[in-house]
Design a protein around this ligand. Sequence first.
Ligand SMILES: [Zn+2]
Length: 286
Amino acid sequence: MIKISSLLGNSQHLDGGAMFGHVPKALWSKWLQPDENNCINLECRALLIEDDNKRILLETGIGAFFPPELKKRYGVSPEHHVLLDSLETLGLTHKDIDVVILSHLHFDHAGGLLTAYQDNAKSSLLFPNARYLVSQEGFIRAKAPHMRDKASFIPELTALLEASGRMELITGDHSATLGSAYKFHFSDGHTPGLMLTEISTEQGPLVFAADLIPGVAWLHAPITMGYDRFPEKVVDEKEALLDYLAANEGRLFYTHDPKIAISNVIRDNKGRFVASEMLNEVARIE
Ligand SMILES: [Zn+2]
């Protein structure tokens, strides 16, 4: 028996055009309302799984490690590390987490691993009792990014993870730490080695969609982000995952959706994938 909770972290405001790739503003602005700077609000939502003997956190969001000028550039609010507050509402601290799974090491997914910014002090790793699960390919990319996506990574993070002695690099469908109840899907279209975790629940499979499907508006297969390295691959990988979920009454967890944490995936009467049974936030359900 597992319990799942969605945990909000710091939110960000990003350019809506960049988030919707080739989609014209006339269309995407109907899905998510931009502000006066053309930016849309995006959450950084983590998924906590409490099973019989482990507390597993899927991602840590953007956190509060950025210095003030970068917080402003990416519209990160508020100043402090919100995910730590969200854990506290469940009576937990970062020290209670046994496993942190990172889909990839872009700053808006892994920045929350770090302590909040302080003048003249280096950030250090939180979650001192956790094993950090990272895909090997994603880790290689983070250590040697392409010029095109270098700004999305945190330069000091890979050395901190290696030095912790608590990182497990994942190369296959399962991890030594978690065993067979947790399965990994891999995708390369957003960034090489993006790792999507599938959790077996009593209601069917639940997949943490990370940046393959950051929110409900990206469920429609042709919709990609300007940040995606290989958009056509994103479309193909997304279709394969959604096909699998629709056939198995599966659900998706959305890390960046401004409102929706979890939904089922079905096909509408035109054959397009759409969300059903959408839930805003959840605390210890199942
Ligand atoms: Zn990303």
